[in-house]
Design a protein around this ligand. Structure first.
Ligand SMILES: *Cc1c(COP(=O)(O)O)cnc(C)c1O
Length: 425
């Protein structure tokens, strides 16, 4: 294990993924550990977006739907994302937001459950799942007469009773960075007669995912986190081909129609994943998302997802080790599992007091992480640091821990300006 700044520099010099950092615009003086919230801008994005605006929109105008492939963009970008999540070509679309896609697949899953096993009336999820997932599930339960059951991760096994229709989990927990065993949990859901829905918001582009190998039923994920697609980038949705044609999704808009340009008054869903589209998609945002997905695919020439994963684990191992060694005695705890199989690509530290202010003091030094509030119970306030192996190096980890050490040792986090809460944390 690296012990010094020089050791970290040596690790960077040997890193086969190091050249990929040049694909990104990393602002001077910024050490960015928040790619799990908003990925860094690919260098290719400004020119690509400018071209979509000035040439495709400005000059080609309406012809762009055919000439510049606009109509096919959700499936084209979906096929690229498919390579990162173990999905077959033609089974993913890049469209809408994660929340909206979750509504679509969860609704379809409830229809499927109702048809195949009508007695099942429960959706099970984790209490510490990302709130929008829980809100969408709660709304659908109210509408469709289902019940949402929330449990802690260690209670999931016993929660899979004979009345469960869908197990809905986020693969990597946004708050703790803890990662579920996707094949194992999917098998457990199926053994209990339930459908398995995965949210890959903190997984796609961050950890290896094999939806096909795990035999999952539905998945959604986010475009602006580890896929580097830009603020509000379209999300994605995958449906196992064995289910794709069985039910309508509820937002049956014309882009999901079998023949949208026939303009028929009745709805005929397109076969396969295409029916999970709703209406006209944002072409400028899809172009930026494609640039982002291409940065992750660029790793394929350097060892691919396996190389990204081993670097991510090395970075997070180093961060954990250096925090233990160099920030001891400052009341920090570790919320992220140390066991590799249970860890995503982020590390979350806890501190009883001052977590928000410490993050603010780090941001003032150019070290960008974020803060997530605790719940006053099981979950403490969290300082969250995301490690995107495409552009974060070992020297960055050293420097981040050194700043954290200085912020804690000097007590500078106690200054009033670091203790005023902003709207977005
Ligand atoms: C980031 C995230 C979302 C975001 O949903 P939006 O619809 O893009 O706002 C949803 N679910 C999880 C688990 C997330 O981490």
């Amino acid at each position: 294990m690296a012990k010094t700044l020089e050791d970290c520099r040596a690790l960077d010099a040997q890193d086969p993924l190091r050249p990929l950092r040049d694909l990104f615009h990393i602002p001077a003086g910024t050490l960015y550990l928040d790619g799990n919230s908003l990925g860094v801008m690919p260098r290719s994005a400004p020119a690509r977006v400018a071209d979509v605006v000035s040439r495709e929109w400005g000059t080609d105008l309406i012809q762009s739907w055919n000439k510049n492939g606009w109509f096919a963009m959700p499936q084209k970008v979906g096929d690229k994302i498919a390579r990162l999540i173990g999905a077959a070509p033609g089974t993913v679309v890049a469209t809408d937001s994660t929340s909206i896609n979750l509504f679509k697949v969860l609704s379809a899953a409830l229809h499927l459950a109702q048809a195949d096993s009508p007695g099942r009336k429960r959706i099970v999820s984790e209490r510490s799942n990302f709130p929008t997932d829980l809100y969408i599930a709660e709304a659908l339960c109210r509408e469709r007469g289902f019940e949402l059951v929330l449990v802690e991760p260690e209670e999931l096994g016993e929660a899979l009773t004979a009345d469960v229709a869908v197990l809905m989990l986020t693969h990597v927990n946004y708050r703790t960075g803890a990662m579920h065993d996707m094949p194992g949990m999917t098998a457990a859901a199926h053994a209990a007669g339930a459908l398995m829905l995965w949210d890959l918001a903190h997984s796609a582009g961050a950890v290896p995912v094999d939806l096909t190998g795990a035999n999952a039923d539905y998945a959604v994920g986010c475009g602006y986190k580890y896929l580097n697609g830009g603020p509000g980038a379209p999300a994605f949705v995958w449906v196992n081909p064995r289910h794709a044609n069985r039910f309508w999704q509820p937002l049956a808009g014309w882009w999901g129609h079998a023949t949208p340009f026939a303009f028929t008054p009745d709805y005929q869903p397109a076969p396969g994943i295409a029916r999970y589209q709703c209406g006209t998609q944002p072409m400028i945002s899809l172009a930026a998302l494609e640039c982002g997905v291409d940065t992750v695919l660029a790793a394929e020439a350097h060892g691919g997802m396996a190389a990204l994963r081993s670097k991510s684990l090395a970075l997070t191992d180093l961060f954990i080790q250096l925090v233990k060694e160099r920030c001891a005695g400052h009341g920090l705890g570790l919320a992220t599992p140390e066991h590799h199989a249970q860890r995503g690509s982020q590390v979350c530290l806890t501190r009883g007091e001052g977590a928000y202010a410490i993050v603010q003091a780090l941001i003032a030094r150019g070290v960008i992480g974020d803060f997530r509030a605790g719940d006053g119970g099981r979950h403490q306030d969290i300082l969250r640091f995301g490690f995107t192996p495409l552009y974060i190096g070992f020297e960055d980890v050293w420097n981040a821990v050194e700043h954290l050490r200085q912020v804690l040792e000097s007590g500078e986090w106690q200054r009033p300006e670091f203790n005023r809460k902003h709207a977005v944390t």
